[in-house]
Design a protein around this ligand. Structure first.
Ligand SMILES: *Cc1c(COP(=O)(O)O)cnc(C)c1O
Length: 419
């Protein structure tokens, strides 16, 4: 599809799709079913991208397709409230322990942007702490790179972001509680919020070290700052109650996206009632959206949450993630390739480096050239991994024993090739 680059920048509508870090030819996808995708040339793959997370019950699940079809027939958008929005908000407040009220938006980016505005509006403070290697979509304030020094004021991470837009973003290494403490001591009363991926999944998978999330909670309590868990990936993927349910740590605000839209464009943010009541029209902080709470998206989201609520769903999903992560580790060990793998819920991750992997610097030090070769060796054998060593593997409930076995068979050959 060379012609795509004539009319679309880089030929893609989101940069990571362009195979920039692995090279080679982008696959245009024609159709998908369950755990399998098929490209325009008729090649089939076992899919571990899953639309970068949203697809958790498999592609084109009949229940989701029917929910969207029937919603479509009743009208695609009204700009007035619908019952499904209330049902989805009720469902999320039941499932996610810290969420008492929810506002629907159209993407994870929008959810983060809105949650940050709310935290700033509610505290009357401007500064936000974010962690190096965590991704929160593309609000200007979140496109900050770490400056020099451990807990540094952000500098623009891309052209087009004014220095002023990231001047209030403090970038700290993930899992480094001492660095966060130092920021709070230096800037007492200035910090509106900490935003964190409770399990980092945008620099590969990096777990929070024991005590890290608790420490963030305590700092926010001590200094009157808002703790935001960005659960855009982890929400409804690590379990029905997200990372916060798994770790038993309650943020003040949470952001969602991906799974909550069942493959349609949705985001959401929610949390404590006293905070959420500050959002317009109930409160003074403005946030709006023409297509927010879209009927197709709420139908898909509700259908997916229904399917995920079936007993044993997450247990078997996590068992598959475990088989995959541990299977890959065993194969890498057999050929003595330095390797670390991990898994949680419907996510698995690996790095070509020995443990520990605690932060972005560790991830950067992994062997990304070897990842590149491994990626292509897998793709040739019909296994579609994310085209970057800074991403995770997304599993779905449609990934069965057969898919895991085929993946590990391919990996055995791929590891030999890159050893
Ligand atoms: C994907 C992602 C976002 C951004 O969501 P979009 O829907 O792509 O705007 C924000 N936060 C995290 C943790 C994400 O993984």
């Amino acid at each position: 599809m060379k012609r795509s680059r004539v009319v679309i920048p880089g030929g893609v509508n989101s940069p990571v799709r362009a195979f920039g870090s692995v090279g080679g030819t982008v696959r245009f996808i024609k159709q998908a079913k369950g755990a399998r995708i098929e490209d325009e040339d008729g090649n089939r793959y076992i899919d571990y991208v899953a639309s970068w997370g949203p697809i958790i019950v498999g592609h084109a699940h009949p229940v989701v397709v029917e929910a969207v079809r029937s919603a479509t027939a009743r009208g695609t958008s009204f700009g007035a409230p619908t019952e499904a929005e209330v049902l989805l908000a009720e469902r999320v407040t039941e499932l996610v322990p810290s969420v008492e009220m929810l506002r629907l938006v159209n993407s994870g980016t929008e959810a983060v942007m809105s949650a940050l505005r709310l935290a700033r509006g509610a505290t009357g403070r401007d500064k936000v702490v974010k962690f190096e290697g965590c991704y929160h979509g593309h609000p200007d304030a979140m496109l900050a790179a770490a400056g020099s020094g451990v807990a540094s004021l952000g500098i623009p991470g891309t052209d087009g972001v004014p220095a002023a837009a990231v001047a209030d973003t403090l970038v700290v290494p993930y899992n480094d509680l001492d660095a966060v403490k130092a920021v709070f001591v230096e800037r007492t009363e200035e910090i509106a919020a900490i935003i964190v991926e409770p399990v980092a999944a945008n620099m590969g998978m990096v777990r929070p070290q024991p005590g890290f999330l608790t420490g963030l909670r305590e700092l926010c309590d001590t200094y009157g700052s808002v703790l935001i868990f960005d659960e855009v990936i982890t929400g409804f993927r690590l379990g029905l109650s997200g990372a916060q349910g798994r770790f038993g740590i309650l943020p003040d605000l949470s952001t969602f996206g991906k799974v909550i839209g069942g493959g349609l464009p949705v985001g959401a943010y929610g949390g404590k009632r006293a905070l959420m009541q500050k959002i317009a029209p109930e409160g003074p902080i403005f946030q709006a959206g023409t297509l927010s709470g879209n009927p197709l998206a709420t139908a898909a989201g509700l259908a997916v949450l229904d399917l995920l609520s079936r007993k044993g769903t997450f247990e078997s999903l996590e068992a598959r993630s475990q088989s995959l992560a541990q299977g890959l580790q065993k194969l890498a060990d057999e050929v003595e390739i330095p390797f670390t793998s991990d898994f949680m819920g419907g996510i698995a991750g690996f790095f070509f480096r020995r443990p520990p992997i605690r932060n972005y610097a560790d991830v950067c030090a992994a062997d990304h050239e070897r990842f590149k070769a491994f990626f292509h060796a897998m793709l040739e054998q019909g296994i579609y991994l994310a085209p970057s060593g800074f991403e995770v593997l997304f599993l779905t409930t449609a990934h069965g024993d057969e898919e895991i076995e085929l993946t590990l068979e391919a990996a055995r050959k791929a590891f030999k090739k890159v050893a």
